[in-house]
Write a protein that binds this ligand. Structure first.
Ligand SMILES: *[C@@H]1O[C@H](CO)[C@@H](O)[C@H](O)[C@H]1NC(C)=O
Ligand SMILES: *[C@@H]1O[C@H](CO)[C@@H](O)[C@H](O)[C@H]1NC(C)=O
Ligand SMILES: *[C@@H]1O[C@H](CO)[C@@H](O)[C@H](O)[C@H]1NC(C)=O
Ligand SMILES: *[C@@H]1O[C@H](CO)[C@@H](O)[C@H](O)[C@H]1NC(C)=O
Length: 381
């Protein structure tokens, strides 16, 4: 008995020692350039439009609002951890000479792939983000020969070819379209959205990018925001309580995005194009939440209105407003680790951690990378 338990303890110890080293082995990138929306915005919107995010955003990890629409870290933050790289600074953040040595985040909350409309929350659509990258790169090339002073803050030139280019965008094109279009019109617009995405990828390839990491979109019909607006009639909901049209649109967007990734894999024989199936990871989390230690798969942690959604489109997380003659302040739930959803639109840090850990199994990637992973890492998840 005694020897059995000490073997177990030794094994656990070995296990704990090995994980931090093994997780960074396969991701040996010198830098990350990220493009996207709020799913990977590390402060772009607040810097770019001078907006403020209020507490309790950030409360779990950064202990104050960090520009992320979350109580803590995002998927991209956990991926940076796995690569032993620092969290990405937003391109738009000009204060205090932020370091871009290990990469730069061009993602801005509310951004679309398609060019932004005049009244869009974020004017920084995908094409603009790509244009900003080109400006960023040109500025780096410009500063490079001068050396020294800027060395601390900017990447070296070879990083543009060796770096990882990550993408998580499309959610606002698909979910946003339902406010003004019929289901058929939303579906019909997908090829146009993806043509714009492809054009951006091609531009980056022409600029020297060779490692592409593309996330598909999540099960958008499971977000409280969409259920509140489009799911009042129970016949519009599936067995998980998610809006069927939005789930279907997410799936069709993803099928076409996957086809595009396969096409790019064939077309760019000197590049790595990795597709990551975020939809399956998030769907699994929502369907099997209790198995993964969560208690609420859909209800927002930080929202107004109480069960079943705790979501109120009139007021956002942390805001105080007079509603129906009463002053309301939107606070967080007691324990955000029990919730998949943070504010009705974005996931909690706990859920983002789960998604990132699933990504790192390699099982949701095309091409998969699990076979190259040290076996101890595989055991972890
Ligand atoms: C593609 O990825 C492999 C494995 O990570 C790496 O060895 C190779 O250099 C990458 N190709 C390019 C063009 O960067
Ligand atoms: C939930 O878990 C079951 C059992 O592991 C699995 O078969 C199913 O595919 C999961 N659901 C989703 C949506 O992934
Ligand atoms: C506010 O008042 C309107 C109209 O009386 C009512 O329909 C609505 O349910 C009220 N909302 C809340 C959150 O109390
Ligand atoms: C949150 O915690 C407070 C204090 O412990 C308790 O009174 C309240 O019922 C809790 N709320 C929920 C929703 O569990």
């Amino acid at each position: 008995m005694a020897s059995k338990s000490s073997t177990l303890q030794n094994f656990t110890l070995l296990f704990l020692i090995c994980i931090p080293f093994s997780s960074s082995i396969d991701f040996n990138y010198p830098a990350v350039f990220n493009f996207g929306d709020s799913n990977s915005d590390t402060g772009g919107l607040v810097a770019g439009v001078g907006d403020t995010l209020l507490p309790p955003n950030g409360q779990t990890y950064f202990k104050k609002p960090s520009g992320r629409f979350c109580d803590g870290r995002l998927i991209i933050d956990f991926l940076m951890d796995a690569m032993d790289l620092p969290y990405l600074n937003p391109y738009l953040d000009s204060i205090d000479a932020p370091s871009f040595k290990k990469g730069c985040d061009f993602a801005v909350a509310a951004s679309t792939i398609l060019p932004a409309t005049a009244n869009a929350v974020s004017p920084f659509s995908f094409g603009i983000q790509v244009a900003q990258f080109i400006r960023f790169k040109n500025r780096v090339l410009d500063l490079q020969p001068k050396g020294r002073k800027s060395d601390k803050y900017i990447p070296t030139v070879e990083v543009f070819q060796k770096g990882l280019y990550t993408f998580d965008i499309g959610q606002n094109d698909v979910a946003g379209a339902f406010y003004s279009k019929t289901y058929d019109q939303v579906i019909a617009s997908i090829p146009t959205i993806l043509a714009e995405f492809e054009a951006g990828i091609e531009t980056l390839y022409d600029e020297g990018a060779r490692n592409f990491w593309i996330h598909n979109t999540g099960p958008l019909g499971c977000l409280a925001q969409n259920i509140a607006k489009f799911g009042a009639d129970p016949s519009k909901l599936d067995e998980l309580g998610c809006v069927i049209t939005h789930i279907q649109a997410s799936k069709l967007f993803n099928l076409q995005l996957y086809a595009l990734c396969k096409k790019l894999q064939g077309q760019y024989s000197d590049a790595n194009v990795t597709h990551v199936d975020i939809f399956s990871i998030k769907s699994n989390l929502i369907a099997n939440y209790s198995k993964y230690g969560f208690e609420q798969p859909i209800m927002a942690c930080c929202g107004n209105g109480g069960p079943p959604l705790n979501y109120d489109s009139r007021i956002t997380c942390g805001q105080t407003k007079v509603l129906n003659g009463t002053s309301v302040t939107v606070k967080a739930c007691n324990d955000s680790t029990e919730y998949v959803n943070w504010d009705g639109i974005h996931y909690t840090e706990a859920a983002n951690h789960f998604v990132a850990s699933q990504i790192l199994t390699g099982k949701y990637s095309d091409p998969p990378f699990a076979d190259q992973m040290p076996f101890l890492l595989k055991l972890k998840f």
